[in-house]
Design a protein around this ligand. Sequence first.
Ligand code: NDP
Ligand code: OXD
Length: 309
Amino acid sequence: MALLFSSPVDDPKPWVAAFARELPDLEVRVWPAVGDPDDIEFALVWKPPLGLFPRLTLLRAILSLGAGVEHLLDHPELPPGVPIVRMVDDSLRVGMTEFVVMRVLHYHRRMPEYEAQQRARVWRQLPQSAPADRKVGILGLGVLGASAASALAGFGFDVSGWSRTPKSLPGVANHTGEDGLFALLERSEILVCLLPLTRDTLGILDSTTLNALPRGAYLINAARGGHVVDNDLLSALDAGHIAGATLDVFDIEPLPAQHRYWTHPKVMVVPHAAAWTLADIAINPVIDNIRRSRSGQPLSNLVDRKRGY
Ligand code: NDP
Ligand code: OXD
């Protein structure tokens, strides 16, 4: 029996080596070398191409190489009824936490203003607040949002998070529902988006929500480009309502060369690199689920197709 690996961005070599080391009885094939499609029990994929799923009629599970699964749920050939597992692993969790902490500290410690001063050769010390006086809001308190929120709370920031269901995280205030969203926005001097992209969260960062933030707030979007209405963010930046944005994800990736984000002085563009799925670490939850599937145990980190994440 075999696993089929397919990704336009992930190098298959470390995965093939990790499977050979950890689960030598599993044959790993790399798309498009499918061989006999009836051998394929598992598909480990990121943005699978058209033509892949229809050939795999005996799949036991689809394993996502990423935490976000809209690349599967929006796939026109997604087979119904096959369980989908999203990526939950320490490489993504730690990488995302580092990224969020790095950018929150950058804004909290007024680095954009010091960079502007340096360009003008200005030597001026700006007043600095303590982390306890800096209000940070996190949209999404799942695996990644909760980890980032807890790390920021550990620095002493005043952290609030928004989730669909109530959460109890030490040092992190929790909001739910639409009222809760606006309560969080109104206080967030730095807003971090770590939501999944679903029909409920598509375009959530539009002129209404961005204008609910305090004037001079910063935005860090490391979730999906579809969460942001680009023209609304650009207007809020140009009007000075939003002081700056770190954008790791975009509606169209790679970000088209003519897009205004590339040259906007208040925007930092990162090429979808906030967190990486590292094969040597992520192999553990993948193998655990393969073993579970083979022994008839329930899989972990299953996607709820109706909920969309
Ligand atoms: P999880 O599924 O663990 O967490 C999602 C969180 O969002 C949960 O807290 C969930 O609430 C909340 N949520 C979902 N829908 C709503 C809603 N309608 N209203 C309020 N809260 C909502 O996901 P992860 O933390 O693992 O990942 C989050 C996203 O990060 C991924 O979907 C992906 O898009 C992005 N990502 C980006 C990467 C990058 O490199 N830029 C890397 C990895 C992921 P509840 O807990 O109540 O269900
Ligand atoms: C993911 C991603 O969803 O890399 O894991 O964006």
